[in-house]
Design a protein around this ligand. Structure first.
Ligand code: SAH
Length: 277
């Protein structure tokens, strides 16, 4: 149904946009990894690491409790904080966040806090991840279609997205994190997550149009490429500098008549940068 690139694929996205790239030694972005292969699509019930999944979970250490119970508590808190979409709450309850953080930080994995993931970057707070995905799902019955995530980081949010969307294309500009995410996501066998190494400011035209675009890094404005690659009816969410000079969540809805833009609450995301490193 959806056109899927072959693997590996050389991205030609920079072909028309050469001047946008000036980072030293910027390699052409390439689609580097399909994270896993499995037959049937993972529905909400395909809980990674749960009994019956292809990969037996390693016993959870350092949490002091069964991680499912700790996650359930996190989900209850998210609901209290106003997250209502059951698809999002289920996804947040399914993905083992502790597998994405350093072992020294495992005890904080289910607290509502952002955590370092290396190379100066952070995994977003669960509350912010859930809130942003809920905003993308607004008004969409069932699953989201293809989603583009800018800023794979450690891969946590991509894993959450894989539960609510048919396909997830996630792009990261730091090779070290792209590789880390590939390693961390592999055991989850999420066949619908595609990791791309490249400059997300250029989007990823091969997967376009997207039902949703989500950025985990904040820029001065929303790049025009993202708006172009968004499907009519689709939603984009990105931390963006407002005219008032602070970073806030901006939601853009692409309609037949143009773009509807909403500025929501203030947030603190790492900066959106161009080029790869
Ligand atoms: N969603 C991630 C959060 C990562 S933090 C997670 O769940 O872990 C944001 C990430 O955006 C960082 O890894 C940073 O390197 C990346 N980033 C910043 N600018 C980018 C760009 N132009 N293209 C792709 N990734 C970018």
């Amino acid at each position: 149904m959806s056109q899927r690139p072959g693997f590996p694929v050389k991205l030609s996205q920079t072909g028309a946009a050469g001047p946008a790239k000036k980072a030293a030694g910027a390699a052409p972005a390439r689609l580097a990894a399909k994270v896993g292969v499995r037959g049937p699509a993972p529905g909400a019930s395909a809980v990674p690491g749960s009994a019956g999944a292809a990969v037996a979970p390693a016993p959870v250490t350092g949490l002091g409790l069964d991680s499912g119970a700790v996650r359930a508590r996190m989900v209850r808190k998210l609901a209290e904080q106003g997250v209502q979409d059951s698809r999002v709450l289920e996804a947040m309850g399914s993905v083992e966040r502790h597998r994405f953080v350093e072992s020294a930080l495992v005890n904080q994995a289910y607290e509502d806090t952002s955590l370092p993931i290396g190379l100066g970057q952070t995994i977003s707070k669960p509350n912010v991840v859930a809130r942003m995905i809920e905003l993308l799902c607004q008004g969409v019955p069932g699953k989201l279609g293809r989603v583009l995530e800018i800023g794979t980081g450690c891969g946590y949010q991509a894993a959450v997205l894989s539960h609510v969307a048919t396909e997830v294309y996630s792009i990261e500009r730091l090779r070290g994190l792209h590789e880390k995410a590939r390693t961390l996501l592999r055991p989850f066998r999420l066949h619908n997550v595609h990791l791309i190494f490249g400059d997300g400011m250029l989007g990823y035209p091969k997967g376009a149009p997207y039902a949703a675009i989500i950025s985990a890094a904040g820029g001065d404005d929303v790049p025009a490429t993202w708006l172009d690659q968004l499907a009519v009816g689709g939603r984009l969410i990105a931390p963006t500098i407002t005219p008032a000079g602070h970073q806030a969540l901006v939601v853009i809805h692409k309609t037949e008549h143009g773009f509807e833009r909403q500025v929501l609450e203030a947030v603190h995301f790492v900066p959106l940068k161009s080029g790869v490193a």
